[in-house]
Every structure is written in C-alpha cells, then in structure tokens.
Design a protein around this ligand. Structure first.
Ligand SMILES: O=P(O)(O)OC[C@H]1O[C@@H](O)[C@H](O)[C@@H](O)[C@@H]1O
Length: 301
C-alpha cells in the first residue's frame, strides 16, 4: 500500500484497522478493508492513501515525500488550518505556510469498522505551542467516512471564550493518469489567478491542464468532475462549508524545485481543494463549530 515505506505493526484496532510505524516511529493508521485500502498519518491528521480494489488510487502521494515531525507530507490530503497560504502578518514572522495543523501530531479519537467501510476521527487541540502562534483555544476534528467514496469533514470548534476566525483547506492531491487525459468541469467561471498577482479572471467552465495552475475559483455551484480518459473514470468532488476551490499543479519547474516531489511527479497529480480563502475567514463564536468538507467519489466507464 505505502510500498515505498517499511512499516511494522504496533497495534491491531479491528479486523481492517491497525496502527503501524516506520523505523523512526512515525505512525500511520492503516486500513485494509475488503473494498479498499487507505492510510492516514497521525502527523498532520493526513489521509495519505485511498484506493478502491481493482482501481487506480484516488489520492496521490509523492514517492519522495519526507516523513518527519517538522515537515508537511507532499501528497494525500493535507489539512491547511487555521490559515491558508501565508499567515496574517499580525500573527508574526516566519510562520508556516498553510498553518500548523499539517505539521502537528493528531490523536486517534474514534474508529469504527462496518461492512461497507470505516469511520475514523482524528483530533487536534490547542497547546502552549499552538497558543504561542495562534492565541485561541480549539478542538479540530477530522471525521473521515471511507466507503466506496471518501468523505472528509473538518470540524473547527471554539473551546475558548473569545471568537476566532480561521481559513484553511482540505488540500486534496488527486491521482491522474496524465495531464493531457484530464478535463475538469463544473467549476465556477470566476477565479483569481495566483500566478498573475491574484488578478480576477473568468474562464471556461471546462479546464484542461496544459501548464502551471494556481487559482482560487469562487465556490462551484454544483459538483466538480475531473474526467480522466486514460484511467476511464470520473472523480466527482462535492465540497461544502468552503468559499472557494483552489486548483493547483506545480508543473515542470515547480516539481523540480521541490525536494519532496520527483521531477516527473507533476504528471500524475492535480489538486482540487475545498478551501476557505476569504481574507476575513470564517468566524466561530465560543462554544460553536464550523464544518468544512469534501466528498470524492469515483465513477468508472
Ligand atoms: O508547498 P505547499 O506549502 O504545500 O503549498 C503548495 C501549494 O498549495 C496551494 O494550495 C497554493 O495555492 C499554492 O500556492 C502552493 O504552492
């Protein structure tokens, strides 16, 4: 499953679910269900693998991803939180891009196996280290329901006594055959091009992948479909709680510049992210929660 990492089993949680670790003690939750295989890294609360039996993986993971506590994993579904992109200057200098959730160690809060799949809950709460850079109390829950589809729900709960605002994303790296085989439809026509100083532009409702893309599309009004001719499948993506879909591929130069992506890696991935990118973010009052989600299902033929 994670064929480029050697893992040993630490604990069996149910027939399909176990905790396994690499030689350095980096922990994964491994799911070997009769319908699919999947894996999460506890570091980052990060889905790193999902593959239905007899199909190509839905989620892309870099073969040269770096697994250590300081780094976000390249691939999978990074949880970007409590900000998206660069941190607000008011929080300080040199803060990590896309927040601290993807480089924090999460805990397994619940797991349940049933005939059609599994439910997994991973939790991250504030600590002295998080309050040092983001002065709020919170409970972040990633609820994953894995069946013949992936459903990820990120619930941001304010456990303190002052409101907070957050931005973020479920930054899905989708596994594709080749860029030329793919077309994306169902997008909103309006986007801001991050490769052109955030300029507001309008595009066609179907997008081909022919070069680098880094764009913030206004929230789609219906599900988005990534059609992949060579894999003979459509990935159908339904997001909620978001204000945008961020589309991203680093393309040739970008992949070359990353130490944790093979030079050719850009050819087999494409990101469609369920994101909150508005400057003001989503405000969550004490005792309240907000949910950001993405559902990805595959339709073959
Ligand atoms: O390399 P990172 O921090 O994981 O970010 C990857 C990309 O993430 C995307 O969401 C951003 O729009 C891009 O600008 C960014 O390059």
């Amino acid at each position: 499953m994670l064929c480029h990492i050697s893992l040993f089993k630490i604990k069996t949680l149910s027939t399909a679910i176990s905790i396994q670790a690499d030689a350095a003690g980096y922990e994964f939750l491994i799911i070997e269900h009769k319908k699919f295989n999947a894996a999460f890294a506890l570091h980052g609360g990060h889905l790193v693998h999902f593959q239905l039996k007899e199909q190509q993986p839905i989620i892309w993971l870099s073969k040269t991803a770096i697994y250590n506590q300081q780094k976000a994993i390249r691939g999978g579904v990074p949880v970007c939180w409590p900000w998206f992109g660069a941190a607000d200057k008011s929080l300080g200098e040199n803060l990590p891009a896309h927040g601290f959730a993807r480089t924090s160690k999460w805990e397994l809060a619940a797991h349940n196996e049933f005939p059609e799949g599994v439910e997994i809950e991973l939790r991250l709460t504030d600590s002295a280290a998080t309050r040092d850079i983001w002065p709020f109390q919170f409970e972040l829950l990633l609820k994953a329901t894995l069946t013949d589809q992936i459903k990820l729900e990120l619930i941001s709960k304010n456990t303190g006594n002052i409101p907070f605002s957050y931005r973020g994303a479920l930054h899905s790296y989708l596994n594709i055959s080749t860029p030329e085989s793919c077309a994306i439809s169902g997008l909103n026509n309006h986007y801001n091009d991050s490769l052109d100083n955030g300029l507001a532009k309008s595009g066609d409702s179907t997008l081909q992948i022919t070069g680098p893309i880094d764009a913030i599309y206004k929230k789609a009004l219906s599900p988005i479909t990534l059609s992949d001719k060579q894999f003979n499948r459509q990935l159908i993506i339904d997001n909620s709680g978001n204000d945008a879909e961020v589309l991203w591929t680093p393309w040739i130069a970008g992949a070359k510049a990353f130490a944790d992506m093979p030079d050719q890696g850009y050819k087999t991935m494409f990101c469609i992210e369920s994101a909150i990118t508005n400057k003001s973010g989503v405000r969550v009052k004490p005792g309240h929660s907000h949910s950001l989600s993405t559902t990805i299902r595959s339709h073959t033929g």
